[in-house]
Design a protein around this ligand. Structure first.
Ligand code: HEC
Length: 163
């Protein structure tokens, strides 16, 4: 009798385990647009985040405001923008890891060098460093086959932030 109860118990456990596994793969969700199955939902969300151009749109905006912050000697804002710009490009590499190698010099040399001029509040050094920093944006564009995207030193003030 004891043996029978054990077999019955083991059998019930097996049914529970198997049916919960099946539930996992078949589970559907009620979402507004993201999809029904987990795979569909994750694919759609990844798609909405976009790839590298999404990161570059943010980088481009921050690049411009960073430059004018330096011109205004608004070092707090310059540091803020360079931090956020770095964060944006690093998030871009999470989405497109193959792009990271071409940005090594930009990330490891040009960003820290520019940050140093900001921390020192040295406008002349900032201007000089920004030149090389901008050139390294273009070096990466050349390496990544988008040489037609050449960025220049901003000429017209378009930022809405003034110190
Ligand atoms: C990985 C190296 C890399 C670095 C460093 C880099 N870029 Fe880019 N950038 C790219 C690539 C690749 C694209 C095209 C993305 C695509 O096709 O999805 C791009 C696109 C752009 C675009 C067009 C965005 C759009 O879709 O409208 C701008 C503007 C831009 N970059 C500005 C900059 C600026 C400014 C810097 C420097 C502060 C910079 N980039 C640094 C690789 C880089």
């Amino acid at each position: 009798m004891k043996k029978f109860a054990f077999v019955l118990f083991a059998g019930m456990m097996a049914v529970i385990v198997i049916s919960s596994c099946q539930q996992d793969t078949e589970k559907t969700y009620d979402t507004r647009w993201a999809g029904e199955t987990m795979e569909e939902i994750l694919n759609n969300i990844e798609d909405q985040f976009g790839g590298f151009s999404q990161a570059m749109k943010e980088v481009s905006y921050r690049y411009n405001d960073l430059y004018w912050a330096g011109m205004d000697e608004n070092w707090g804002y310059a540091e803020y923008q360079l931090d956020k710009l770095t964060d944006a490009i690093l998030k871009g590499f999470v989405r497109r890891p193959d792009r990271e190698a071409s940005a090594a010099q930009f990330v490891n040399t040009n960003i820290p060098r520019l940050m140093e001029t900001i921390e020192n509040g040295d406008k002349d050094a900032f201007v000089e460093s920004f030149d090389r920093y901008a050139a390294s944006c273009n070096t990466c564009h050349e390496m990544e086959d988008v040489a037609f995207i050449q960025v220049i030193i901003p000429e017209e003030r378009t930022t809405v932030v003034r110190f």
